[in-house]
Design a protein around this ligand. Structure first.
Ligand code: DX5
Ligand code: ZN
Length: 215
């Protein structure tokens, strides 16, 4: 069974408390929280104060995905806001090893996110230090985009790298996950399915989460 992580980017911000309640009552495992700065990605979402409030509503894992430049400046702040998993992008971290240690020293799980153009080979020397690899299956910045098919090859390649070395690293797929493609994505070796629009635009969000969970 996969870990299912609804992405609140697609939630109704006017009814955020209800959306949290819905996810809490569902079979979802993680809250996926996307932070965007308008610099690393061409969009701005929400930040620390919103995450602080969401944190208070849930016992589930808060999986914070930082799509921001210089993420190391905010590691401690996101810990204080309630992040359990903190993902930073490899593309903006020249001292990735140090930043992963900083995340783990604060008691969070360390996630490394990679854009569609970044080869999974770039993770080779750091893989044993990582808890979660967020493989972006769309270009980050927006919900509701189409899954990039080549990601399936990247999942298989990363799965092989992890299994060959007997590591305990979760593969998270983020972007364009639908009820139609989720099984193929899981079969390729995915552990965590992020789903934004598929969940929150559904007429039956809890049922959709349950369906993703069953795969
Ligand atoms: C995209 C974000 C995703 C996004 C996924 O930059 O990182 O988490 O919310 O949305 P969907 O599932 O709609 O593609
Ligand atoms: Zn995300």
């Amino acid at each position: 069974m996969s870990i299912v992580a609804p992405s609140f980017l697609a939630s109704n911000f006017l009814r955020l408390e209800d959306e949290c309640k819905m996810v809490n009552e569902s079979e979802a495992d993680w809250f996926h929280l996307d932070v965007m700065d308008g610099s690393f990605v061409p969009n701005i979402s929400f930040g620390l104060p919103v995450i602080q409030h969401i944190r208070k509503t849930t016992q589930k894992v808060c999986d914070v995905h930082l799509m921001i430049v210089e993420p190391w400046k905010f590691i401690e702040e996101f810990k204080k806001a309630g992040a359990d998993v903190l993902s930073i992008h490899i593309e903006v971290c020249p001292n990735l090893h140090r930043n992963i240690q900083q995340i783990k020293e604060l008691g969070m799980k360390a996630g490394v996110a990679v854009n569609p153009h970044t080869p999974v080979n770039f993770l080779e020397d750091i893989l044993h230090e990582i808890d979660v690899v967020n493989l972006m299956s769309v270009n980050p910045g927006f919900g509701g985009q189409k899954f990039i098919p080549y990601t399936l090859e990247k999942i298989k390649q990363l799965r092989k790298m992890i299994d060959e070395r007997g590591l305990n690293v979760l593969i998270e797929i983020d972007g364009g996950v639908t009820l139609d493609n989720a099984k193929t994505i899981v079969d390729a070796g995915t552990d965590v399915l992020v789903a934004g629009s598929t969940v929150f635009s559904s007429n039956d969000p809890k049922g959709t989460i349950a369906a993703l969970k069953k795969l």
